[in-house]
Design a protein around this ligand. Structure first.
Ligand SMILES: *Cc1c(COP(=O)(O)O)cnc(C)c1O
Length: 449
């Protein structure tokens, strides 16, 4: 008998996944298509061609189960993948829970989150198609950091519209993006019609992901050498993130356990989908009864309080209509610290699977999440991103439930990123000055379809 149980489950570089897993191949009911906002007809690939390279459009609509990862993307992944799976033994002990808690740690990538999994793939496919510039938006700054990093590796110039509240709260995220050679503009800006329209109504607008998306799409649509890049929500983004769950499946096998519940925080839904979908494949095939839990902020609760209907992906109404759980594209989320979770909608794939009953959702206020984050830091030694703290809160609550029911339970959650650029938020929490914000529905007419 050895002493304490094994803590870290590592894979070798050659065990890096060779393919992305496409959950569309296994859906019992097909995903409702994106619609043209003018005609309400399904859009064709040509509608997306001004914004995305053909390979990403192909992936967006593909129902092929496995899509090969190009070798240059796998080579780039090797600088931080496979990522570790860690058993939270100290946290388990502190909670005195019979549950086993595992986390997949995505904060070890150069920008500190799961986002380079798709940023590297998107930069590669764009470079391969001869695109020279990418324009994007960023909320908390994580996506801007990831795309700036990926752009620098694949020789692409990057411009980032950064939600103003984050630009002001997180100056070092901005510096990080600039270190990788990208340009950063606070949004709403005066550089675009979309930004000027918002500023005309609200000159002090703190911005939102939806507004920043409108600005980036406008710039990309207006230039031939420039494409747009999105860090979440779309099918191809969720597809690229499935490297997380595929690795985690192999690592859980090494641990000799299978998760009873898989947890991820959900802003646009990509890291949740990334860890969940490869496991969900067995549930869809009737081979497991694993639960899947998406965790969102109480102030921006698109799954738990939103409606499942067609809506715009951006705030101004420039994108195709997506069938998703939404708070309305005009909803302006409160400036909570989990900037990456401040989005009015939820990925169509996650929304669809939630609607079909395969996924559960829960919402937490930010103080409860920071309490979980601090408990996690003091036991496991990693200061989590405010976004990831939502997943930790849910994992701890699941573990406490297991204790109260004296029930064995295997919990797996995705630790989507570290919080080392978010110490100002921790300062506020520790000083007791962080406020919880209630959700207030927007006064808005739904888009008629
Ligand atoms: C962006 C981000 C999120 C939210 O985005 P999803 O697409 O929902 O994953 C969560 N955690 C971290 C660390 C992020 O950077």
């Amino acid at each position: 008998m050895s002493g304490s149980p094994q803590r870290r489950f590592m894979l070798d570089e050659e065990q890096l996944p060779t393919h992305f897993y496409n959950v569309a191949a296994d859906l019992p009911v097909p995903l409702p298509p994106p619609l043209n906002p003018a005609t309400h007809e399904p859009i064709g690939p040509e509608a997306l061609a001004p914004l995305f390279p053909m390979e990403l459009i192909r992936q967006e609509v593909s129902s092929e189960r496995f899509i090969e990862i190009p070798e240059p993307v796998r080579a780039a992944y090797r600088s931080f993948r496979p990522s570790p799976l860690i058993r939270a033994l100290n946290l388990e002990r502190e909670l005195q829970t019979p549950a086993h808690i595992y986390y997949k740690y995505e904060g070890g990538s150069p920008p500190g989150s799961h986002k380079p999994n798709t940023a590297l793939a998107q930069a590669f496919y764009n470079a391969d198609a001869g695109v020279r510039r990418l324009v994007t938006e960023t909320g908390a700054g994580q996506w801007g950091s990831a795309l700036a990093y990926a752009g620098s590796l694949f020789g692409i110039e990057t411009k980032v519209f950064m939600v103003r509240v984050s630009y002001e709260q997180k100056p070092y995220r901005r510096s990080f993006i600039q270190t990788f050679g990208a340009e950063v503009v606070p949004s709403p800006s005066t550089e675009t019609d979309a930004g000027r329209r918002i500023l005309a109504v609200d000159p002090d607008s703190s911005g939102s992901l939806g507004i920043a998306i409108s600005e980036a799409v406008e710039v990309a649509a207006g230039r031939d050498d420039t494409n747009y890049s999105l860090g979440s929500v779309l099918n191809h983004v969720l597809l690229h993130q499935t490297v997380i769950g595929q690795e985690a499946m192999k690592q859980m096998e090494l641990a000799g356990e299978a998760p009873d519940v898989v947890i991820g925080c959900a802003g646009g839904g990509s890291n949740f989908a990334g860890i969940a979908f490869p496991f969900l494949r067995d549930r869809l095939g009737g081979r497991s009864s694993t639960r899947f839990l998406a965790v969102e902020p109480a102030s921006c609760p698109s799954l738990t309080r939103g409606e499942y209907r067609y809506d715009f992906g951006d705030s101004v109404g420039m994108t195709p209509l997506l069938k998703m759980h939404t708070l309305g594209h005009e909803f302006r989320p409160a400036p909570i610290h989990a900037g990456g979770l401040r989005y009015h909608g939820m990925a169509p794939l996650v929304s669809h699977l939630y609607d079909q009953g395969f996924i559960e959702a829960r919402a937490y206020a930010q103080n409860a999440c920071f309490a979980a984050a601090v408990q996690f830091a003091r036991t496991e030694g990693i200061v989590p991103a405010p976004e990831s703290s939502h997943a930790i809160r849910a994992a701890i609550d699941e573990a406490i439930e297991a204790r109260e029911a004296a029930q064995k339970k295997v919990i797996l959650f995705n630790l989507s990123g570290h919080g080392y650029f978010d110490m100002a938020a921790y300062d506020q929490y520790l000083a007791g000055t962080l406020t919880d914000v209630e959700y207030e529905p927007a006064q808005e007419e739904p888009v008629a379809v």
